[in-house]
Design a protein around this ligand. Sequence first.
Ligand code: SIN
Length: 490
Amino acid sequence: MTPPALPPTVAAHVPTGILIDGAWRPAASGRTFTVSDPGTTESLFDVADAGSDDALDALTAASNAFPEWRATAPRVRSELLRAVFETITARTEDIAALVTAEGGKPLAESRAEVAYGADYIRWYAEQAVRFEGLARRAPSGTNHQLVLRRAVGPALLITPWNFPIAMIARKVAPALAAGCSVVIKPAQLTPLTTAYVAEIIRAELADRGLPTGVINVLPSASARSISGPLLSDPRLRKLSFTGSTEVGSALLKASADTVLRTSMELGGNAPFLVFEDADIDAAVTGAVQAKMRNAGQTCVAANRFLVHASVAEEFTAALTVAFDKLVVGHGADEGVTVGPLIEEAAVDRVQEVVAEAVDGGARVRIGAERPDRAGYFYNPTVLDRVSPDLRVITEETFGPVAPVVTFGSEDEAVALANSTPFGLVAYAYTRDIGRVLRLAESVDTGMLGVNRGLVSDASAPFGGVKSSGLGREGGEAGIEEYLDSVYVAI
Ligand code: SIN
């Protein structure tokens, strides 16, 4: 039996309005949109549908709050973030239920996401008091140079649906730590968790007598009606976006007129390399993790399994057995390990690329079908004998599909890995440390997982090269995205 999508105790505390200057209110237009559970397709909440007037009000609140927030002592900003971390951690079960209800992922994964998101907040609570400038005598000897770090200004944060708490946490935490005020546009499909977390931050700000316009939230069914007016307004000084390369590229163009600082965390097409000397059992465990987190709907999901021909059958057979053990179902059901995709269009797309692969000669080892139940489900799928020019290889599938391609040499593996415009992450299984160092030099990605299926960590710089984006989130680098340098010649 499918359990209730959201416990009533949590449902009672989810804000459904827009947050501007410390108050939740309806959209100026009075419009709402519906948020649904992808595991049942049933409606969860009607949420205020912010438009351009609301967007400008939110930016006004963020601009007004900015000078005071930038001048607030770093220790005060740090302690606020630490308190938010504690509250989120204490409410893990409630937030995880919300993540599962609106995003679909199994509860165990949602709990892991809450911990991952909270970790960004803790990390930037620690970093808020640590960003450093520079003081030195100029090489000419004629004067001194002082380099100060200063918050860039009000920031627009646009987040995706696949990690409703982690993605907002890793933008909002460095922004607030640096002294920026923010306007958040959460994903239309999953705005509830953001609202819940924003309320925690709002309450902490208010309780401490800090400016409440520091955080503003604009759920909306039309991203353009928010980004359009804000990106052309010179009061906005920063944009951070996570989502598709197509949308990121359009946002970059729209940011050009005001020469906006931007960070872009965009699409991926991660290769998962299994060399002939790999520990195959470990590679299969890592493959399941790298592929099946959030049912394959992550930008760091392994999209292509590139396996040395001599171990390809052993790896593929073991991966098939591992996928067979996965349990597909509603994320709130006990024992479920693979939840639904986010919407019907996502299932349609996965079905389409798998059908094209099969038509192109791929062999189905398991899956390649939609289970007979309500919700947007697709069964874990392994394909082999896949030609590398098929869309299941060349495009980000964003679903539970593992296509296996074979290679004969390290050079060929690297050439295949790099044969994409994307460069977010790669994974490699090998026992050869020399090879690891060669791959770190030759594989064109911002991140490399070695004998691991997971690289994400709040304390590390997450981000890509090529069409996968600009800038880094997390680690020491993440706060740099929200700071300017001011050089003073004395
Ligand atoms: C993403 O899919 O955009 C982020 C995944 C992660 O942080 O691990």
